[in-house]
Structures are given as structure tokens and as C-alpha cells.
Design a protein around this ligand. Structure first.
Ligand SMILES: NC(=O)c1ccc[n+]([C@@H]2O[C@H](COP(=O)([O-])OP(=O)(O)OC[C@H]3O[C@@H](n4cnc5c(N)ncnc54)[C@H](O)[C@@H]3O)[C@@H](O)[C@H]2O)c1
Length: 253
């Protein structure tokens, strides 16, 4: 491919309003770095106050609020105050490793509240703003390879991610009439604080140990950012309701 045709495939988020949840570290922070550099107007909701302060230092023009996204009313109120968004990435998430026979009601509630329920409240508030302002917006929900394969100790986490994929399809159908696209992106294990904190939990027989794609050792957040921004942007203007699996071929095995 010639240099000129390569450079014709691009899109700028400059001047666009984008909400990325859980922007304090990991994938959320990598996304923020990229679109901030591209002069987007960046918003985030992050539960860790120290990370919010760091974001404000590193990205002076960011709007970052300290909030636990599982608080439905508080989160929706903050989003209403932001005004209409062009883009939303539902990224904030937690994982708790526990065998099915031992998992507690509290652990199940925490996972459902953050990894599933919060996606309802946040998306609802953002979509209402888009519709009432006639914005043809785009949304990406972060899923997981756990929506496709079982992994030990993560029955609830994986179930929430499978639900995210179905929610994405339903929203694509309901919101298409407003020209709002909704897709999901499902990464395999990725080099973030979440993965580092739980890497010891990966048993030797885990499907995640399959590595069909030569060369890459682990998915880096910055590599996933390319896939997310591609599907979020008008470069994917005819794509809605799909899940983009970014797994280095693990599920193909
Ligand atoms: N890291 C992986 O291996 C992996 C694999 C597949 C999918 N994912 C998904 O990718 C997304 C990002 O994960 P990550 O690896 O960057 O995680 P991370 O733990 O490194 O970062 C998550 C960020 O979200 C914030 N957050 C968590 N719960 C929150 C809440 N209730 N309210 C507000 N903020 C909250 C955290 O404080 C943190 O800043 C998640 O949805 C996760 O499920 C991660």
C-alpha cells in the first residue's frame, strides 16, 4: 500500500465530546491519552479520587469526576451536567475471582452492579442527551473473551460480559432509528493493572494460555485502543450491534 493511501484512512476526534468510564488506569487511561492528544473534549467517571487528581494533572483540560458508577442516580446526574456526548466508551469494570461453590451474594452483587447495571444507567443518561440534541452518536461497550470461553473462578464476571454482548445488540436495534450506533469490543487478557493483579489466578490448563498469533506476547492496551477507536468512529459508520473480538486468535483454537 502506498503512503498516500495509508494516510487517507484516518479520522480525528478533535472537538468531539467523549465519555470514557474508569479512566484512572489501564485501558481507560490509554484511551484517554489517545483521544486527548487528538484534541477531543474528554470526560471520565472514576471511583478512585487519587487517580482523578492525577488525570487532572496530566490532562489539564479533562473533565474527571470521582464517582462509583454503580450509584445509578449520582452517575446519571453527573452525566446530565456534562451535556450531550458524541461518543461513549463503557470501560469501567471489576473482576473478582471466586469458585462458583464459594461465591457470596455480596460478590455477585458487586460484579453485577459495576460490570452490568452501571452500563444501563450510564448508557441511558448518555443516549437521552444524544436523542434530545439530535446527535448521531456512537457507543462501544467493553466486553471480554470471557463472553466466549469459560475460565475457572470467573462465572459471574464472564456472565456479565456475555450479557453486555446481548445488551449491545438490543441497543443497536432500539437506537438505530436515532442514528446511534452501539458495538462492543472483547479483549483477551490484556496488560493492565487488573490483569497484573490477577495473573497468578490463571491455571496452566486455562484456554487463555493458547497463543495462536506468533510474535505478540500479551495484548497491550494501546493496541486495543486502535480497535476501539476504529469501531467507535465513522470509519465504521455501517457497523452496529456487533462484537469485535480482539484475542490474538484464542477463540479460533
Ligand atoms: N485486563 C484484562 O485482561 C481485561 C480482559 C478483558 C476485558 N477487560 C475489560 O476491560 C475494561 C478495563 O479493564 P482494565 O484491565 O483497564 O482494568 P483496571 O482495573 O486496570 O482499570 C479499571 C478502571 O476502572 C475504574 N473502576 C472500576 N470500578 C469502578 C466503579 N465502580 N466506578 C468508577 N470507576 C471504576 C478503576 O478504578 C480503574 O481506574 C473492563 O471492562 C474489563 O472488564 C479487561
Amino acid at each position: 500500500m502506498s503512503q498516500s493511501s495509508e494516510s487517507s484512512i484516518n479520522y480525528s476526534f478533535a472537538g468531539k465530546k467523549i465519555l470514557i468510564t474508569g479512566g484512572g488506569k489501564g485501558l481507560g487511561r490509554a484511551l484517554i491519552e489517545r483521544v486527548y492528544k487528538d484534541n477531543a473534549s474528554v470526560f471520565t467517571l472514576e471511583r478512585d479520587a487519587a487517580l482523578v487528581e492525577q488525570l487532572k494533572k496530566d490532562f489539564p483540560k479533562i473533565t474527571a469526576e470521582t464517582v462509583d458508577v454503580s450509584n445509578w442516580k449520582q452517575t446519571q446526574k453527573i452525566i446530565e451536567g456534562f451535556g450531550p456526548m458524541d461518543y461513549l466508551v463503557n470501560n469501567a469494570g471489576i473482576i473478582i475471582f471466586e469458585d462458583f461453590v464459594n461465591i457470596t451474594e455480596d460478590q455477585v452483587n458487586k460484579l453485577l452492579d459495576v460490570d452490568l447495571k452501571a452500563v444501563y444507567s450510564i448508557t441511558q443518561a448518555v443516549v437521552r442527551g444524544m436523542i434530545s440534541n439530535g446527535v448521531a452518536g456512537s457507543i462501544v461497550n467493553i466486553g471480554s473473551i470471557g463472553a466466549y470461553i469459560g475460565t475457572k473462578g470467573t462465572s459471574v464476571y464472564n456472565s456479565t460480559k456475555a450479557a453486555i454482548l446481548m445488551l449491545t445488540k438490543n441497543l443497536a436495534l432500539e437506537l438505530g432509528q436515532h442514528n446511534i450506533r452501539v458495538n462492543s469490543v472483547s479483549p483477551t487478557g490484556m496488560n493492565t493493572p487488573m490483569f497484573a493483579a490477577n495473573a497468578h489466578e490463571l491455571p496452566p490448563d486455562s484456554c487463555l494460555n493458547r497463543k495462536p498469533l506468533a510474535g505478540e506476547k500479551i495484548l497491550e492496551p494501546d493496541v486495543l485502543v486502535n480497535s476501539i477507536l476504529f469501531i467507535l468512529s465513522p470509519l465504521s459508520s455501517f457497523t452496529t450491534g456487533i462484537d469485535l473480538l480482539v484475542d490474538g486468535g484464542v477463540v479460533a483454537c
